[in-house]
Design a protein around this ligand. Structure first.
Ligand code: TXA
Ligand code: MG
Length: 315
């Protein structure tokens, strides 16, 4: 098992030595390595069992550092960075030459973000290089939102987990690319489309485009628990269930069942996002045959939550 602690200097030493460290962010925990060291980055792909055609996000301390690793930013990107960094927003920008091809899967763009977590920001400021970090889960499984989640799945493949407590946002960053100066959402996440549109006006979405086969964050079956997930109206699903061994994942209604998780009793989408992956893990580990789930209101963070619920229910 990995060691879990708050020792930034130890984390820094390991990273400088080309090793992996799990880091907290406001979205989910990441599995980090020196983004400028191809050998260190290779360790990420091996530990996660991740195909190398799936590019990594590069994490930086601030906008200045982002500028050092990217080409010219479209005006819309600069506005979004100014408005939302540090925060749950990844910008896909022209890549600068010194970022290894492995990080970007050979693309001429790089996904870059400044995460909003005090420990990780301090770590990033203390390092002479940015950190490549995918979510710290085996490829295809639910992202970790607590240090114990990382330890349970990758504990034998990472030496140290920097303990930043439970993630405040709970779902991955929103990924935004650009067509000229127009922002395009590639992956829904912890920053809502409405918030983005307040800064740059109406945006397009390219969530499933076959012109974008290089971004498996968009694969149908991703973020999936091991147990089958059935998505629909819970009362209907319950009426049709041919087993008592079912768990229920509801938005705000309490079904008073032994194996259930209410994402937000008060009906808050922020709270639901915060609890989503924790809930999926907990129900996945309960003694049931499958999980019955319902969509949440499709607005704000609800769109990103529903996106993950739909993918979890696709096999
Ligand atoms: O919140 C997050 O984004 C977390 C934390 C750790 O920062 N990271 C994360 O990384 O979710 P990961 O590896 O699970 O998802 C990265 C996704 C890729 O699957 C791909 O869809 C997209 O980011 N991506 C990265 N670089 C890209 C690029 N150059 N062009 C298009 N998409 C890119
Ligand atoms: Mg991931």
């Amino acid at each position: 098992m990995a060691q879990i602690g708050k020792d930034i200097f130890y984390a820094k030493r390991l990273l400088e030595d080309g090793q992996l460290v799990a880091i907290p962010t406001e979205t989910v925990y990441g599995l980090a390595a020196n983004a400028l060291d191809a050998e260190a980055v290779t360790r990420i792909f091996i530990a996660k069992n991740r195909p190398t055609f799936d590019p990594l996000i590069v994490h930086v301390a601030d906008r200045l550092q982002a500028g050092a690793h990217t080409g010219a930013m479209p005006a819309a990107a600069a506005k979004l960075a100014e408005a939302f960094w540090p925060g749950p927003l990844t910008l896909v920008l022209p890549r600068s030459r010194h970022i290894p091809e492995l990080v970007t899967s050979g693309l001429d763009t790089v996904g870059i973000r400044c995460p909003n977590h005090p420990l990780t920001l301090e770590l990033l400021r203390s390092l002479a290089f940015p950190l490549a970090a995918p979510s710290a889960n085996p490829f295809g499984y639910v992202s970790p939102t607590r240090p114990e989640h990382v330890n349970a799945q990758l504990g034998d493949r990472v030496r140290y987990i920097l303990d930043g407590g439970p993630c405040q946002v709970g779902i991955e960053s929103t990924i935004v690319g650009f067509e000229g100066d127009d922002a395009v959402i590639y992956r829904r996440g912890g920053l809502s489309q409405e918030a983005i549109e307040q800064i740059v006006g109406p945006v397009k979405t390219h969530l499933h485009s076959s012109s974008n086969p290089l971004t498996p964050g968009q694969l149908e079956s991703h973020y999936a628990p091991h147990k089958p997930v059935k998505l629909g109206h819970i009362d209907d699903l319950l009426a049709r269930a041919n087993s008592d061994r079912v768990a229920i994942l509801s938005f705000s209604k309490d079904y008073k069942r032994p194996h259930q998780f209410v994402l937000s009793p008060s009906g808050s989408l922020e709270e639901a996002a915060q609890n989503l992956f924790f809930a999926m893990r907990q129900l996945d580990n309960s003694p049931v045959d499958y999980i019955l789930a319902e969509e949440v209101p499709n607005e704000g963070l609800g769109m990103a939550i529903n996106d993950r619920l739909r993918r979890a229910s696709t096999r």
